[in-house]
Design a protein around this ligand. Structure first.
Ligand SMILES: Cc1ncc(COP(=O)(O)O)c(C=O)c1O
Length: 470
């Protein structure tokens, strides 16, 4: 692109836009790379306005599922545009939403029978929280608190922040939030209860072996039991990102943890919300993360990959038991008073229908298994690097924690912003990834190839190795 036009675009961006999760002082003044302006996308790649090609190693913030400009999804959306792009879902319905609900119910855990639409991951969580809260009112029980985990991330709206446990994102809003109980995060690498001499990376094969291996007595799950057993009469629901606390650095739970968490909820009569916004639609290697441990939640929150990463759409799926509690006469005011202007947008539902058809017809999850094995192999190699403290890996979601000292796990001074620097430098290798602190995050579309996986991992290795020069 002509340099003058480019300069004008950059100036206009900096003058007019406030970007999410971005320190704008850095963006405006110090960012060593002028903002990268993306022009188009195809398959696993993004192209900037100069035509330079980049591998999209974070699936455009964890949404892209089947490649950019997937021909089948493109075609379906174009067809729907010719029919109409939006109608309200309040008091009306439409074919794409009806079809999608049926398809979702056929693939979700069998107890989830009702689909409530909204338009992003945070609202899917808000809906689950409000439904759980109101359900107990109808049951005549005063349950006003929620239970969650440290390092949990469920979105940025106030309800979702109230069950969020990432201090750097959430602590400023403390006095605005409703009360939630928090147990420690199952973050094995930084667990204060583990034996000091354990060497990492650690790949726990199951929770019991894991306990023996790291020398802890399962303090993380013990805390869950302590809090729930003491407070269950006031807890409306417990929420969890099944298998992987993604936004705090891909904190992968030891095998068995999720099942135990779900069992405790069941034992003490606390509703369970599984937030599959990040993990849903194959990212763990199965359609939903709960399938790995045969967990049947009372609510599943879905978004991100649901439309193949094309359009905003979210779902809160729940049971007949919850749904039936809201039935009543008009004057009883048992209606669920919640909805958004773009709830169940027909274009988004159409994209989701197409994405689900592709997942099924093209046997995407079968084809994904060797790719996950390949990724695992590449990561095992990378884990030997002296600056790699821990690699956490679940399906196509990966966190690579960079440390100053591999032996002690000592992190670098956060002010060095090494994670961010590595990601910026990787653009020179034509790869885009993002960091969460000093954890580098890979989040891959299911259609990625083994060759592309190797390219991303080798770019990571290359840039970490350059750390010595810093
Ligand atoms: C587990 C989880 N829940 C909820 C959200 C929020 O989704 P959204 O950004 O669409 O509001 C995210 C986003 O990363 C997430 O990872």
């Amino acid at each position: 692109m002509d340099n003058k036009i480019k300069a004008r675009l950059i100036k206009s961006d900096k003058n007019n836009i406030w970007h999410p999760f971005t320190q704008m002082a850095d963006w405006i003044n110090n960012d060593p790379c002028a903002p990268l302006i993306i022009d188009k996308a195809k398959g696993s790649y993004l192209y900037d306005i100069d035509g330079k090609k980049y591998l999209d190693g974070v699936a455009s913030l964890w949404v892209n599922l089947l490649g950019h400009r997937n021909p089948k999804i493109d075609k379906a959306i174009k067809k729907q545009i010719n029919k109409g792009s939006h109608t309200t879902f309040l008091g009306l319905t439409h074919v794409p939403a009806i079809e999608l609900a049926k398809k979702l119910i056929s693939i979700l855990p069998k107890n989830l029978k009702k689909i409530f639409y909204s338009d992003n991951g945070s609202t899917a969580v808000e809906v689950a929280i409000k439904m759980a809260y109101q359900y107990w009112q109808f049951k005549g029980e005063k349950r006003q608190f929620f239970f969650s985990l440290k390092n949990a991330y469920h979105g940025d709206t106030i309800g979702a922040v109230s069950v969020g446990g990432v201090d750097s994102f959430h602590s400023s809003f403390k006095s605005l939030l409703f009360k939630s109980y928090f147990a420690m995060s199952p973050y094995c690498y930084r667990c204060p209860y583990r034996k000091k001499e354990i060497t990492f990376p650690l790949n726990a094969k199951n929770f019991k072996n894991h306990n023996a291996k790291v020398g802890c007595k399962g303090e993380c799950i013990k805390q869950v039991e302590d809090i729930i057993s003491k407070n269950h009469k006031t807890i409306a629901a417990a929420i969890i990102e099944p298998l992987n606390q993604a936004a705090s650095g891909m904190i992968v739970m030891p095998k068995g943890y999720l099942k135990e968490y779900a069992n405790l909820c069941k034992r003490y009569g606390v509703l369970l919300i599984c937030d599959e916004v990040a993990t849903g639609f194959g990212r763990t290697g199965k359609m939903f993360a709960v399938e790995h441990e045969d967990v049947k939640p009372d609510f599943a929150c879905l978004s991100k990959g649901i439309t193949g990463g094309y359009l905003p759409l979210a779902v809160t799926a729940t049971t007949n038991e919850i749904y039936n509690a809201f039935l009543g006469k008009y004057e009883e005011f048992k209606t669920f008073f919640h909805g958004h202007s773009y709830t169940a947008n027909p274009l988004a539902c159409t994209a989701a229908n197409a994405a689900l058809d592709i997942l099924k017809k093209d046997k995407i999850l079968n084809k994904l298994q060797p790719k996950i094995k390949h990724l695992e192999k590449e990561l095992t190699e990378l884990s030997k690097h002296e600056k790699v403290g821990d690699i956490r890996h679940c399906g196509v979601m990966v966190g690579i924690e960079i440390v100053e000292d591999k032996r002690t796990g000592n992190p670098y001074d956060y002010k060095l912003k090494l994670g961010a620097k590595i990601c910026t430098n990787m653009r020179k290798d034509s790869v885009i990834i993002r960091n969460l602190g000093d954890t580098l995050v890979l989040f891959l579309p299911l259609t990625i190839t083994e060759k592309e996986i190797s390219k991303i991992v080798s770019a990571v290795k290359e840039e970490i190795s350059r750390l010595r020069l810093l």
